[in-house]
Design a protein around this ligand. Structure first.
Ligand SMILES: Nc1ncnc2c1ncn2[C@@H]1O[C@H](COP(=O)(O)OP(=O)(O)O)[C@@H](O)[C@H]1O
Ligand SMILES: [Mg+2]
Length: 245
């Protein structure tokens, strides 16, 4: 067990446990070892960052945690559920209920209004449209977009679009929030604002937030940092003990 574990919350707060996972992309004759015997943990009530240079395997690790990418060996447990023991349909259902994902390019639907974009996760879970839009409107008001409900994504700035993406990831109250490179397509100030929002509205005792980044300006928002290099986790420690460079 990690020596830091004793000082952290009890085992019941463990949200994600990745054990000895290997992921190989065949790529013809020269396979890419995207994950090499990776072990990783993330806890409820904390913002865990996965950091490291481009190509080191960060997005691959997020994808296997979400169950969108199958692994070659090892085990992955999310809130105590072993993904390896679930069918594709079960994983899809589990993900739509429990995971909120903020994509690097936001992935908003251009032909839908801001409110409709944010309603989607609720509609997928069978909510009626009126109730879904009421819930979407309330969360959009919380992030300061209450006056843009009927705008379309292209009418918003990059920072505003990201706030819509964050709202969409949180609207169905998922227990696991995942964010890939939150600052990649934003200027520094807007990127920091997004992290503040994520920290404030997503980090709750019953929720786990995982952020992937290669941007050292935002490392200070983390509670715990796992550093990757060439498909391996090379360091895992409280953010306060993580000295970059
Ligand atoms: N779908 C894929 N097919 C083949 N190789 C891939 C695929 N996705 C990622 N890779 C390779 O796996 C490695 C890790 O990629 P990735 O997880 O995207 O890194 P990061 O997110 O840290 O930039 C890279 O060498 C990348 O080229
Ligand atoms: Mg990536």
């Amino acid at each position: 067990m990690n020596p830091h574990d004793a000082s952290r919350a009890g085992a019941d707060s463990l949200a994600v446990a990745v054990r000895n996972v290997t992921k190989i992309f065949p790529n013809g004759d020269t396979p890419t070892y995207a994950l090499r015997d990776v072990s990783f943990e993330a806890r409820c009530g904390e913002l865990t960052m996965i950091v490291g240079p481009s190509g080191c395997g960060k997005t691959t690790l997020l994808s296997v945690i979400c169950g969108t990418l199958a692994i070659d060996s090892g085990t992955i447990s999310v809130f105590g559920h072993d993904l390896g023991g679930m069918s594709v349909a079960e994983i899809t259902g589990f993900r739509s209920k429990n995971v909120g994902f903020i994509f690097q390019q936001f992935n908003l639907i251009p032909t839908l209004s801001v409110m409709e974009n944010v309603s989607i996760p609720l509609i997928l879970q069978g909510w009626n449209y009126r109730k879904a839009e009421e819930k979407a409107a309330s969360i959009l008001a919380e992030v300061g977009l209450g006056n843009r409900l009927n705008s379309f994504p292209k009418q918003l700035s990059g920072g505003q679009q990201q706030r819509v993406a964050i709202s969409r990831a949180l609207v169905h109250d998922p227990k696991l929030i995942i964010c890939d490179e939150p600052t990649a397509s934003l200027d520094a100030k807007t990127g920091l604002h997004a992290l503040e929002l994520l920290k404030k509205s997503a980090c709750r005792p019953d929720r786990c937030v995982i952020v992937v980044t290669h941007d050292s300006r935002i490392f200070s928002f983390a509670d715990w940092i796992a550093e990757m290099e060439d498909g391996r986790v090379v360091r895992s420690c409280p953010a306060a003990e993580f000295h970059h460079g």
